[in-house]
Design a binder for this molecule. Structure first.
Ligand code: TRP
Length: 328
């Protein structure tokens, strides 16, 4: 039997080339080797306030981007978290076996809660809901970025604790797939990973950014004080631009050196811009086609929900039985 893969993306902010190179592109490649579930985690998004109208639109935007990037709905499941009640149900059941101390030491919780005036208890439960997403489908493989490895570790701890209290119930998920994608850094701050929520307008390149905007952002990207590309002394900004080019074009190290060594930064940026635009244009074109037909997109999400709902139901039922709560 094929292993099951589960991964999730929050419907907030704009998906950027870091999300594409680090996650989406990879998913489209591995989707035929696994039974894949790609989930838009709207219940995670509301752990901090979201405007309802924007959230509704974002959910559909992300779904359309999944498909536009090459997730094949005939093969992989694309679904919205809140459409399957089991995510919230299992999350409660797992909350009851999760010590508060485990949640208090999550670095993402500490970082996010520091920004909030009032900390919703959902923000603290965030990683339990994530554990529920994964364990609900007994997913064996969870492709996520480094920033999520602590949450994945916690998922294993929760599963283990549950299994030892109530008997073997959950499959232990593996960390992730080996990713080939580059770790893309912010254009304005090349020492920080490119982020959906960073404030700077020059920080990230959105998958849906028009070519002119991409060009403008690239022209402002941080480089270093060298006059041209020097592979031995380059700073993180130049390294990041080269990394983006290399990841989009799947170019070898040798070819990168042959092409870029000694190149002036203006020309480097022109090359990187062209590379990005040539890869994003077809995705943007498909995105426009998909969003022009809302009924099609909804039918994909409904079919996704229907495909996984029985798996979720059976896990919730088993978990309830193990814990002794009522099942009809
Ligand atoms: N927390 C993840 C992120 O912000 C999103 C997520 C939610 C997720 N549930 C998941 C990722 C389950 C993998 C598996 O990136």
């Amino acid at each position: 039997m094929k292993k099951r893969v589960f991964s999730g993306v929050q419907p907030t902010g704009n998906l950027h080339i870091g999300n594409y190179l680090g996650a989406l592109k990879n998913w489209t490649k591995v989707q035929y080797d696994y039974e894949s579930i790609f989930c838009i985690v709207d219940l995670h998004a509301i752990t901090v306030y979201q405007s309802p109208e924007e959230l509704k639109a974002k959910i559909l935007e992300i779904a359309a981007l999944f498909l536009a990037a090459g997730i094949d709905p005939a093969h992989s499941t694309v679904m919205v978290q809140s459409s399957v009640a089991g995510h919230a149900e299992l999350s409660w059941l797992l909350t009851c076996v999760t010590p508060v101390g485990w949640l208090e030491r999550m670095t993402q919780y500490k970082a996010k809660s520091a920004l909030q005036e009032t900390i919703g208890s959902g923000l603290m439960q965030y990683p339990v809901l994530m554990a529920a997403d994964i364990l609900l489908y007994q997913a064996g493989v969870v492709p996520v970025g480094d920033d999520q490895s602590q949450h994945l570790e916690l998922t294993r701890d929760i599963a283990q604790r549950f299994n030892s209290l109530y008997g073997e119930t959950f499959v232990m998920p593996e960390t992730k797939l080996p990713t080939v994608g580059a770790r893309v850094m912010g254009l304005d701050e090349p020492d920080k990973k490119m982020s959906k929520s960073a404030p700077g307008s020059n920080h990230a390149i959105g998958i849906l950014d028009p070519p002119e905007l991409i060009k403008k952002k690239l022209s402002r990207a941080t480089t270093d004080s060298n006059p041209h590309v020097d592979f031995d002394t380059m700073g993180p900004g130049v390294q990041n631009l080269l990394g983006i080019y290399q990841a989009f074009g799947s170019v070898s190290e040798d070819d990168m050196k042959a092409k870029f060594a000694g190149m002036r930064y203006g020309d480097l940026k022109k090359n990187v811009t062209e590379m990005i635009v040539s890869h994003l244009e077809p995705i943007q074109q498909r995105y426009r086609e998909i969003t022009a037909d809302p009924a099609y997109l909804l039918s994909i999400l409904t079919a996704g929900r229907d495909r996984v709902a029985p798996i979720a139901e059976s896990t919730v039922r088993l978990t309830k039985q193990r814990m002794g709560v009522f099942t009809s």
